[in-house]
Ligand binder design. Structure first.
Ligand code: GLA
Ligand code: GLA
Length: 702
C-alpha cells in the first residue's frame, strides 16, 4: 500500500504571558471536584510552574448531560480561570467515555469480544470504532466542542480521544465484520487475492466472496486460526481506530484549522497495541503516555520507549502527555518511585526529545477506579515530597527553557535497533515453533546490552530511515516484505553493516514463508542457510534446555540449525554440545562480507547478558567507526545529547544507570543536578543512585 502523506509538523504556540518554551503540566479533571478546589488548584499550579493542562478527557456526560443538551458553562469557567493564570489548555474532544444515556438508547455501539459477548458500560472506551451510530454521536460532540471553543484564546491544542484502543482494541461485532470486509476489499481488490494472501487452500478455508470474511471469532480451545487473517485483523483493528481518530480530527480541524492536534500514543517496550509508526503521520505533533516498569529495567525501558517515540516523531519535538509522579494503580503490585526518580524520569524523557512533560494527573482522585494512582498533588496535599519534587522539576524546566533547550533535537546515534509492530503481531501467533520467543522482547535486549557497553542506540521503526545508520540491528524481524528485503540488500551493498538475528526474515508481508531455507529473502547477503529450528525449553525433562557457545555465552529458548554457509562466510562462534543434540559444531554467529558491506548473523537467543559479552568482538569484526572501543566500564552512565539546529549548543544529560555512586567528567555549565553534585576539583561530578546531571556545552565559532 502507498505510504500515507505526513501531516506537516505543528507545535502548540505558547500563550503571550508564558515565558517558558517547554510545556509542563498534566491531565486535569476539575469536574471530579467541587468548584471551591479550583482556585486552590490554580494557585498550586502556578507554584509548580504548570503552564498547560489536558482538560475534559472524560467529561462527555458533564458536557452533554442528555442527548443534544450541552453544558459548557463549567468548562468555560475553568478555562477562563486557567487562561488568566497563564495556563494553556490542551482540550479533549471528550469522546473517550460515552455517557449512560447514549449506551442506554443505543446498546449497539458497545463492542463485542471474540465470543460475541457484549462488553458493557462500567468503565470507559465501551464503544466500537466501526459503529456508524457511535460515530454520529461522537462527531456531533466534536463539532459542538470546536464551535464553542473556536475563538477561545487559551486553547492551545486538541487532545483527540484518549489512548485509542487501550480497552477496545479488538471488536468482533457485526459492524466490525462489515468494516473488515471493506478493509480487505480495499487492500486486496479481489477475493482471489485474499485467498492467495491468507493461503486459504489450507483446511478448506477458500472464500468465494468478501461477504464470507469473518473477524477471527472464537474457534474453540486448542484450534488454530489462519495466521494471514489474524495478521490482517490486527492491521485492520489498528486502522479502524485510526480512521475513527481521523474522523474526529477532521471534524475539529475543519472548524479550528489553526489549532494543532494530537492523540496520546502508548509507546512502550510492551506496547504493540497499535502500529504507532503508522499513526505517526496522522497527527500534527506526536504525544505519548509512558508508565515506568518497576525494578531494574526502569530507566533503560523508559529511554528505549522515548527513543522509539522520537523516531516515530521523525525527530521533531514530541509531547510526553502522561507519566506518573509515583505509583500507578493498574499493576498487581504498584511500586512507588524511589527518591529522585520523579525528577530523573522526566529529565530522561526530555533528553530523548520531549519538549513537553506532563503527568496523569493533577490532583489525586478521592474516588473512582484511579484513587490509588499517584498525581502531582497527592492525597497528602502540598506538604509532601511528591509535590516538592514536582516544584523542583518545574523550576528545572524553566532553567532549560532559558538556556534554549526547546526545539533542539536528539543527537543521532550510530546504531539503529529496528522495531516492527507487524513482526510482533505475526510472531505472537498461537502456532509457531516456540512461544518463548517473538520479535517484541528482542529490541529491548539489544538496546540494553548496547547501553551496558556505553552505546545508546536509536530505536527505529522498520518504515523509517534505519538504512542511514552506520550499523543496524534487525532483532528477530520475523516479517520481511519484498520491499524491505530489497532495502536491506541495497544498504549492505553500499557499505552498510548489519546484525541479523534468529527468527528474522522468515515470512513475507502476508506471513507466507520465504522458501528455499531460512531466511529466504536475505540468505545470499548473510551467506548462510538454515534448514530447521531447534527451540529449547527449561521444562521438558531430558530435552535440550540450553546451548553453550564457543565464545563463552549461553543460548536459551532458540537456536537455528545453520546447515550450510557460503565459502566466504566466517564463523565467529559455534555451539559446543553433546553429539545427540545434533548441534555440536553448528555455526552460531557468522560474518559475511557482501559487496561493500558486512552482514553478521546470530542464530540464537543470548539475552542481554550474552549479547553484552558477544558485542565487543562482534563490533570489532564489523569495523564500525566509533564503536570499536565498546566497553563494560562505560555502562554505568547513560549519556544523551540534544543539539541545536546549528550544532553550536549541546545539552548533555548524564544518568546514573547503576545501583552505586558514579563519577563523571564535567563537560559544560551545569543546568540541573538531581542527586548529583560537582566535585571540588570542578573537573568531575558525582551522581548518586537515580542521579542526573544536565550541562550545556557551547561550541564557539572558529
Ligand atoms: C492431526 C491432523 C492433521 C494435522 C496434524 C498435525 O493429526 O489430523 O491434519 O493437523 O494433526 O500434527
Ligand atoms: C492512561 C489513561 C489515563 C489514566 C492513566 C493511568 O494513561 O490515559 O486516563 O487512566 O492511564 O495510568
Amino acid at each position: 500500500m502507498s505510504k500515507p502523506e505526513r501531516r506537516p509538523y505543528r507545535w502548540p504556540s505558547h500563550l503571550k504571558k508564558q515565558a517558558s518554551k517547554l510545556w509542563y503540566g498534566c491531565d486535569y479533571n476539575p469536574d471530579q471536584w467541587p468548584e471551591e478546589v479550583w482556585d486552590e488548584d490554580i494557585r498550586l499550579m502556578n507554584q509548580a510552574g504548570v503552564n498547560v493542562v489536558a482538560l475534559a478527557v472524560f467529561s462527555w456526560s458533564r458536557i452533554e448531560p442528555s442527548e443534544g443538551v450541552f453544558d459548557f458553562d463549567w468548562l468555560d469557567r475553568i478555562i477562563a480561570k486557567l487562561g488568566k493564570a497563564g495556563i494553556g489548555v490542551n482540550l479533549a474532544s471528550a469522546t473517550a467515555s460515552p455517557p449512560a444515556w447514549l449506551t442506554q438508547s443505543h446498546p449497539e455501539i458497545l463492542w463485542k469480544d471474540e465470543r460475541g459477548d457484549t462488553v458493557w458500560p462500567g468503565a470507559r472506551q465501551h464503544w466500537r470504532p466501526t459503529s456508524p451510530v457511535f460515530r454520529t454521536y461522537a462527531l456531533k460532540l466534536c463539532k459542538a466542542m470546536a464551535e464553542h471553543y473556536k475563538d477561545n484564546p487559551y486553547v492551545v491544542a486538541w487532545h483527540v480521544g484518549n489512548e485509542y484502543g487501550c480497552h477496545n482494541r479488538f471488536d468482533y461485532s457485526d459492524d466490525a465484520m462489515r468494516a473488515f470486509q471493506r478493509w480487505c476489499k480495499h487492500r486486496y481488490g479481489t477475493i482471489d487475492a485474499v485467498n492467495e494472501a491468507w493461503g486459504t487452500s489450507f483446511w478448506a478455508q477458500r472464500l468465494n466472496d468478501f461477504s464470507q470474511i469473518l473477524p477471527p471469532r472464537y474457534i474453540g480451545e486448542g484450534n488454530f486460526q489462519n495466521p494471514g487473517r489474524l495478521l490482517d485483523f490486527e492491521r485492520f483493528s489498528s486502522d479502524a481506530l485510526k480512521e475513527f481518530f481521523m474522523a474526529e480530527r477532521d471534524t475539529l480541524a475543519k472548524i479550528t484549522p489553526d489549532i494543532p492536534l494530537t492523540t496520546n500514543f502508548m509507546v512502550s517496550s510492551e506496547g504493540f497495541i497499535m502500529d504507532y509508526d503508522d499513526w505517526g503521520p496522522q497527527v500534527d505533533f506526536v504525544s505519548n503516555d509512558h508508565y515506568f516498569m518497576p525494578g531494574e529495567s526502569h530507566l533503560d525501558e523508559l529511554t528505549y520507549s522515548s527513543g522509539l517515540v522520537d523516531s516515530i516523531a521523525r525527530r521533531k519535538p514530541w509531547w510526553l502527555m502522561e507519566h506518573s509522579t509515583s505509583a500507578v494503580n493498574w499493576r498487581p503490585i504498584n511500586f512507588r518511585k524511589e527518591p529522585g526518580q520523579l525528577v530523573r524520569d522526566a529529565l530522561a524523557h526530555l533528553s530523548l526529545g520531549a519538549d513537553a512533560i506532563c503527568y496523569f494527573q493533577w490532583r489525586q482522585s478521592q474516588s473512582g477506579a484511579e484513587k490509588f494512582h499517584s498525581a502531582m498533588v497527592p492525597h497528602a496535599g502540598e506538604d509532601s515530597q511528591v509535590f516538592r519534587d514536582v516544584c523542583e522539576l518545574g523550576n528545572d524546566l524553566v532553567g532549560f527553557s532559558d538556556a534554549g533547550l526547546a526545539g533542539t533535537v536528539l543527537d543521532k546515534s550510530p546504531v539503529a535497533v529496528v522495531l516492527d509492530y507487524e513482526s510482533e503481531w505475526a510472531s505472537k501467533h498461537s502456532s509457531v515453533p516456540s512461544k518463548n520467543v517473538s520479535h517484541g522482547t528482542e529490541p529491548l535486549d539489544w538496546y540494553r546490552a548496547l547501553l551496558d557497553l556505553g552505546i545508546r542506540a536509536d530505536v527505529v521503526p522498520v518504515r523509517s530511515d534505519w538504512d542511514t545508520y552506520p550499523l543496524v540491528v534487525l532483532p528477530s524481524l520475523y516479517l520481511l516484505s519484498r520491499e524491505n528485503s530489497e532495502r536491506l540488500h541495497d544498504y549492505v551493498a553500499k557499505g552498510g553493516k548489519v546484525i541479523v538475528t534468529y527468527l528474522s526474515g522468515i515470512s513475507d508481508a502476508h506471513d507466507r514463508i520465504w522458501l528455499g531455507g531460512y531466511p529466504g529473502s536475505i540468505r545470499d547477503l548473510l551467506g548462510i542457510k538454515i534448514e530447521e529450528f531447534a527451540p529449547m525449553d527449561q521444562h521438558v525433562e531430558g530435552g535440550m534446555d540450553h546451548l553453550d557457545l564457543t565464545n563463552g555465552t549461553v543460548a536459551h529458548d532458540w537456536a537455528d540449525v545453520i546447515a550450510s554457509i557460503s565459502d566466504d562466510t566466517r564463523i565467529l562462534a559455534r555451539y559446543q554440545a553433546d553429539s545427540w543434540t545434533g548441534m555440536d559444531g553448528i555455526p552460531a554467529l557468522t560474518l559475511h562480507d557482501w559487496k561493500q558491506g558486512k552482514a553478521a548473523y546470530l542464530g540464537c537467543r543470548l539475552g542481554r547478558e550474552g549479547l553484552k559479552k558477544t558485542l565487543p568482538e562482534l563490533l570489532k569484526a564489523l569495523k564500525v567507526e566509533g564503536l570499536q572501543e565498546a566497553d563494560e566500564a562505560r555502562g554505568d552512565v547513560l549519556r544523551v545529547e540534544r543539539v541545536s539546529e546549528d550544532g553550536r549548543n549541546r545539552f548533555v544529560f548524564l544518568f546514573n544507570r547503576s545501583h552505586h555512586q558514579v563519577q563523571v567528567d564535567r563537560e559544560g555549565s551545569v543546568l540541573a543536578a538531581s542527586l548529583a553534585w560537582e566535585d571540588t576539583d570542578a573537573k568531575t561530578a558525582t551522581l548518586d543512585v537515580n542521579g542526573v546531571l544536565v550541562e550545556k556545552v557551547v561550541t564557539r565559532r572558529h
